[in-house]
Design a protein around this ligand. Structure first.
Ligand code: BGC
Length: 265
Protein backbone atom coordinates (compact mmCIF):
# COMPACT_ATOMS: atom_id res chain seq x y z
CA UNK A 1 0.00 0.00 0.00
CA UNK A 2 1.29 3.46 -0.90
CA UNK A 3 2.40 5.36 2.18
CA UNK A 4 1.77 8.81 0.77
CA UNK A 5 -1.51 10.68 0.65
CA UNK A 6 -2.35 14.29 -0.14
CA UNK A 7 -3.90 16.25 2.73
CA UNK A 8 -6.00 19.38 2.17
CA UNK A 9 -7.17 21.63 5.01
CA UNK A 10 -9.97 24.03 4.09
CA UNK A 11 -10.30 26.89 6.58
CA UNK A 12 -12.01 30.25 6.84
CA UNK A 13 -8.95 32.21 5.74
CA UNK A 14 -6.73 29.72 3.94
CA UNK A 15 -6.81 26.48 1.98
CA UNK A 16 -3.64 24.49 2.66
CA UNK A 17 -2.26 21.27 1.30
CA UNK A 18 0.77 19.00 1.07
CA UNK A 19 1.73 15.43 0.34
CA UNK A 20 2.19 13.47 3.57
CA UNK A 21 4.05 10.29 4.42
CA UNK A 22 1.37 8.61 6.53
CA UNK A 23 3.85 6.23 8.15
CA UNK A 24 5.73 9.14 9.77
CA UNK A 25 3.19 12.00 9.68
CA UNK A 26 5.77 14.22 7.96
CA UNK A 27 5.02 16.52 5.04
CA UNK A 28 7.06 15.40 2.06
CA UNK A 29 6.27 18.37 -0.15
CA UNK A 30 6.23 21.97 0.90
CA UNK A 31 2.94 23.13 2.43
CA UNK A 32 1.10 25.27 -0.10
CA UNK A 33 -1.51 27.83 0.94
CA UNK A 34 -3.98 29.88 -1.06
CA UNK A 35 -6.42 32.41 0.37
CA UNK A 36 -9.98 31.21 0.87
CA UNK A 37 -12.12 33.20 -1.59
CA UNK A 38 -14.87 35.41 -0.10
CA UNK A 39 -17.66 34.50 -0.17
CA UNK A 40 -16.34 30.95 0.33
CA UNK A 41 -19.02 29.26 -1.77
CA UNK A 42 -18.79 25.67 -3.00
CA UNK A 43 -18.15 26.84 -6.57
CA UNK A 44 -15.34 29.17 -5.51
CA UNK A 45 -13.57 26.85 -3.05
CA UNK A 46 -13.66 23.44 -4.77
CA UNK A 47 -11.49 24.34 -7.82
CA UNK A 48 -8.86 25.92 -5.53
CA UNK A 49 -8.74 22.89 -3.24
CA UNK A 50 -8.45 20.50 -6.18
CA UNK A 51 -5.88 22.82 -7.76
CA UNK A 52 -3.47 22.22 -4.86
CA UNK A 53 -3.47 18.50 -5.65
CA UNK A 54 -3.21 18.99 -9.40
CA UNK A 55 -0.39 21.53 -9.11
CA UNK A 56 1.55 19.03 -6.98
CA UNK A 57 1.16 16.43 -9.74
CA UNK A 58 -0.37 14.04 -7.20
CA UNK A 59 -2.73 11.29 -8.37
CA UNK A 60 -3.19 9.02 -5.31
CA UNK A 61 -5.67 9.11 -2.44
CA UNK A 62 -6.64 12.56 -1.12
CA UNK A 63 -8.00 13.55 2.30
CA UNK A 64 -9.70 16.84 3.00
CA UNK A 65 -10.40 18.50 6.35
CA UNK A 66 -13.48 20.72 6.32
CA UNK A 67 -15.00 22.91 9.10
CA UNK A 68 -18.45 21.33 9.31
CA UNK A 69 -20.22 18.16 10.36
CA UNK A 70 -19.39 15.63 7.66
CA UNK A 71 -21.44 12.49 7.11
CA UNK A 72 -20.69 10.25 4.21
CA UNK A 73 -18.73 13.02 2.48
CA UNK A 74 -21.54 15.58 2.77
CA UNK A 75 -21.47 18.79 4.83
CA UNK A 76 -24.45 18.99 7.17
CA UNK A 77 -23.74 22.30 8.93
CA UNK A 78 -22.17 25.66 8.12
CA UNK A 79 -21.42 27.51 11.37
CA UNK A 80 -18.44 29.40 9.96
CA UNK A 81 -18.64 28.70 6.23
CA UNK A 82 -20.93 29.81 3.40
CA UNK A 83 -24.47 28.36 3.76
CA UNK A 84 -24.20 26.95 0.21
CA UNK A 85 -22.18 24.06 1.72
CA UNK A 86 -25.10 22.60 3.69
CA UNK A 87 -26.18 19.43 1.91
CA UNK A 88 -23.29 19.61 -0.58
CA UNK A 89 -21.18 16.52 -1.08
CA UNK A 90 -17.72 17.96 -0.53
CA UNK A 91 -16.33 14.56 -1.46
CA UNK A 92 -18.10 14.32 -4.82
CA UNK A 93 -17.38 17.95 -5.72
CA UNK A 94 -13.61 17.60 -5.22
CA UNK A 95 -13.50 14.10 -6.75
CA UNK A 96 -15.19 15.42 -9.90
CA UNK A 97 -12.51 18.13 -10.27
CA UNK A 98 -9.69 15.64 -9.83
CA UNK A 99 -10.84 12.84 -12.11
CA UNK A 100 -9.26 9.67 -10.85
CA UNK A 101 -8.21 10.46 -7.30
CA UNK A 102 -10.38 9.14 -4.50
CA UNK A 103 -11.22 11.87 -1.98
CA UNK A 104 -12.19 11.36 1.68
CA UNK A 105 -13.60 14.33 3.59
CA UNK A 106 -13.53 14.68 7.38
CA UNK A 107 -14.39 17.36 9.94
CA UNK A 108 -11.37 19.65 10.46
CA UNK A 109 -11.08 19.16 14.23
CA UNK A 110 -11.45 15.40 13.81
CA UNK A 111 -8.60 15.51 11.27
CA UNK A 112 -6.38 17.54 13.62
CA UNK A 113 -7.21 15.17 16.47
CA UNK A 114 -6.38 12.08 14.42
CA UNK A 115 -2.97 13.61 13.63
CA UNK A 116 -2.27 14.50 17.28
CA UNK A 117 -3.28 11.03 18.44
CA UNK A 118 -1.03 9.37 15.90
CA UNK A 119 2.04 11.62 15.99
CA UNK A 120 1.56 14.39 18.55
CA UNK A 121 0.38 15.12 22.07
CA UNK A 122 -2.12 12.24 22.21
CA UNK A 123 0.20 9.51 21.03
CA UNK A 124 -0.35 6.29 23.01
CA UNK A 125 -2.69 8.04 25.46
CA UNK A 126 -5.50 5.71 26.58
CA UNK A 127 -8.90 6.68 27.98
CA UNK A 128 -10.93 9.69 26.86
CA UNK A 129 -8.92 12.35 25.05
CA UNK A 130 -10.46 15.60 23.84
CA UNK A 131 -8.74 17.79 21.28
CA UNK A 132 -10.09 21.33 21.00
CA UNK A 133 -9.08 23.51 18.05
CA UNK A 134 -9.31 27.19 18.86
CA UNK A 135 -9.54 29.47 15.86
CA UNK A 136 -12.43 31.02 13.93
CA UNK A 137 -14.67 28.65 15.86
CA UNK A 138 -13.99 25.90 18.38
CA UNK A 139 -13.73 22.41 16.96
CA UNK A 140 -13.68 19.22 19.01
CA UNK A 141 -12.43 15.69 18.47
CA UNK A 142 -13.07 12.96 21.06
CA UNK A 143 -11.19 9.67 21.29
CA UNK A 144 -11.73 6.64 23.46
CA UNK A 145 -8.61 4.45 23.59
CA UNK A 146 -7.49 6.08 20.34
CA UNK A 147 -10.76 5.53 18.47
CA UNK A 148 -12.47 8.66 17.16
CA UNK A 149 -16.10 9.50 17.88
CA UNK A 150 -16.67 11.72 14.81
CA UNK A 151 -18.52 15.06 14.56
CA UNK A 152 -18.79 15.85 18.27
CA UNK A 153 -19.22 19.65 17.79
CA UNK A 154 -18.49 20.55 21.42
CA UNK A 155 -17.66 24.11 20.37
CA UNK A 156 -21.40 24.70 20.27
CA UNK A 157 -22.38 23.73 23.81
CA UNK A 158 -24.23 26.49 25.61
CA UNK A 159 -22.22 28.31 28.27
CA UNK A 160 -23.82 31.15 30.29
CA UNK A 161 -26.55 31.39 27.65
CA UNK A 162 -24.16 31.68 24.69
CA UNK A 163 -22.94 29.34 21.97
CA UNK A 164 -19.49 28.59 23.46
CA UNK A 165 -17.40 29.43 20.42
CA UNK A 166 -18.84 32.96 20.24
CA UNK A 167 -17.04 33.71 23.54
CA UNK A 168 -14.12 31.31 23.77
CA UNK A 169 -12.66 31.16 20.23
CA UNK A 170 -9.63 33.09 19.02
CA UNK A 171 -11.85 35.14 16.71
CA UNK A 172 -14.12 36.06 19.66
CA UNK A 173 -11.04 37.34 21.50
CA UNK A 174 -10.00 39.45 18.52
CA UNK A 175 -13.52 40.71 17.86
CA UNK A 176 -14.02 41.91 21.43
CA UNK A 177 -10.42 43.05 21.70
CA UNK A 178 -10.06 41.05 24.93
CA UNK A 179 -6.76 40.66 26.73
CA UNK A 180 -5.38 37.14 26.82
CA UNK A 181 -6.33 36.99 30.53
CA UNK A 182 -9.94 37.98 29.89
CA UNK A 183 -10.23 35.50 27.06
CA UNK A 184 -8.76 32.79 29.33
CA UNK A 185 -11.57 33.44 31.85
CA UNK A 186 -14.13 32.78 29.11
CA UNK A 187 -12.25 29.71 27.93
CA UNK A 188 -12.01 28.35 31.48
CA UNK A 189 -15.80 28.72 31.88
CA UNK A 190 -16.09 26.73 28.69
CA UNK A 191 -13.71 24.00 29.90
CA UNK A 192 -15.61 23.82 33.19
CA UNK A 193 -18.93 23.30 31.36
CA UNK A 194 -17.43 20.74 29.00
CA UNK A 195 -15.76 18.78 31.78
CA UNK A 196 -19.04 18.59 33.71
CA UNK A 197 -20.46 16.41 30.97
CA UNK A 198 -17.42 14.63 29.54
CA UNK A 199 -14.69 14.08 32.18
CA UNK A 200 -11.76 13.58 29.78
CA UNK A 201 -8.41 12.10 30.83
CA UNK A 202 -6.46 14.55 28.67
CA UNK A 203 -7.32 17.81 26.91
CA UNK A 204 -5.22 18.86 23.91
CA UNK A 205 -5.49 22.48 22.78
CA UNK A 206 -4.78 23.10 19.11
CA UNK A 207 -5.32 25.79 16.53
CA UNK A 208 -3.36 29.03 16.12
CA UNK A 209 -2.77 29.51 19.85
CA UNK A 210 -0.89 26.21 20.15
CA UNK A 211 2.05 27.91 18.42
CA UNK A 212 2.72 29.97 21.57
CA UNK A 213 1.79 27.59 24.40
CA UNK A 214 3.82 29.45 27.02
CA UNK A 215 1.55 32.49 26.60
CA UNK A 216 -1.80 30.78 27.21
CA UNK A 217 -1.29 27.41 28.93
CA UNK A 218 -0.47 28.94 32.34
CA UNK A 219 -3.81 30.81 32.21
CA UNK A 220 -5.98 27.76 31.58
CA UNK A 221 -7.59 25.58 34.23
CA UNK A 222 -9.02 22.11 33.78
CA UNK A 223 -9.69 18.99 35.84
CA UNK A 224 -7.78 16.86 33.38
CA UNK A 225 -4.16 17.45 32.36
CA UNK A 226 -4.13 20.04 29.57
CA UNK A 227 -1.40 20.21 26.93
CA UNK A 228 -0.75 22.11 23.71
CA UNK A 229 -1.01 20.34 20.38
CA UNK A 230 2.34 19.49 18.82
CA UNK A 231 1.65 19.62 15.11
CA UNK A 232 0.50 23.28 15.05
CA UNK A 233 -0.78 24.31 11.65
CA UNK A 234 0.13 21.03 9.98
CA UNK A 235 -2.33 18.92 12.04
CA UNK A 236 -5.28 19.37 9.66
CA UNK A 237 -3.24 18.41 6.60
CA UNK A 238 -1.63 15.40 8.29
CA UNK A 239 -4.92 14.18 9.77
CA UNK A 240 -6.71 14.55 6.43
CA UNK A 241 -3.98 12.48 4.79
CA UNK A 242 -4.25 9.83 7.53
CA UNK A 243 -7.97 9.31 6.98
CA UNK A 244 -7.70 9.33 3.17
CA UNK A 245 -8.81 6.00 1.78
CA UNK A 246 -7.51 4.58 -1.44
CA UNK A 247 -9.93 3.04 -3.93
CA UNK A 248 -10.01 -0.36 -2.25
CA UNK A 249 -10.62 1.05 1.23
CA UNK A 250 -13.06 3.76 0.29
CA UNK A 251 -16.27 1.86 0.82
CA UNK A 252 -15.98 2.47 4.57
CA UNK A 253 -15.90 6.19 5.22
CA UNK A 254 -15.06 8.23 8.27
CA UNK A 255 -18.03 10.37 9.38
CA UNK A 256 -20.40 7.53 8.80
CA UNK A 257 -20.12 5.64 12.09
CA UNK A 258 -17.22 3.21 12.16
CA UNK A 259 -16.86 2.42 15.83
CA UNK A 260 -14.05 -0.02 15.36
CA UNK A 261 -11.93 2.36 13.29
CA UNK A 262 -8.36 2.48 14.52
CA UNK A 263 -6.09 5.44 14.09
CA UNK A 264 -3.55 4.89 11.33
CA UNK A 265 -0.03 4.72 12.62
C1 BGC B 1 -17.85 24.01 13.33
C2 BGC B 1 -17.08 22.73 13.45
C3 BGC B 1 -15.59 23.00 13.20
C4 BGC B 1 -15.09 24.11 14.10
C5 BGC B 1 -13.64 24.45 13.82
C6 BGC B 1 -17.25 25.06 14.25
O1 BGC B 1 -17.96 26.25 14.12
O2 BGC B 1 -19.21 23.81 13.68
O3 BGC B 1 -17.57 21.78 12.53
O4 BGC B 1 -14.87 21.81 13.44
O5 BGC B 1 -15.88 25.27 13.91
O6 BGC B 1 -13.44 24.87 12.52
Amino acid sequence: MATTRFGIDIGGTGIKGAEVDISTGKLITQRVRVLTPQPATVDAVVPLAAGLVRDAGFSGAVGCAFPAVIKDGTALTAANVDPSWVGASVEDAITKELEGSVVTVVNDADAAGVAEMAFGAGRDVPGVVVMLTVGTGIGSAVFLHGVLVPNTEFGHIEVDGHDAETRASEVAREKHDWSREHWAKQFNRYLEALEKVLWPDLVIIGGGISKEPEKFLPLLKSQAPLVAAKLANEAGIVGAALVARDKAEHSSRIGAARPTDEISR
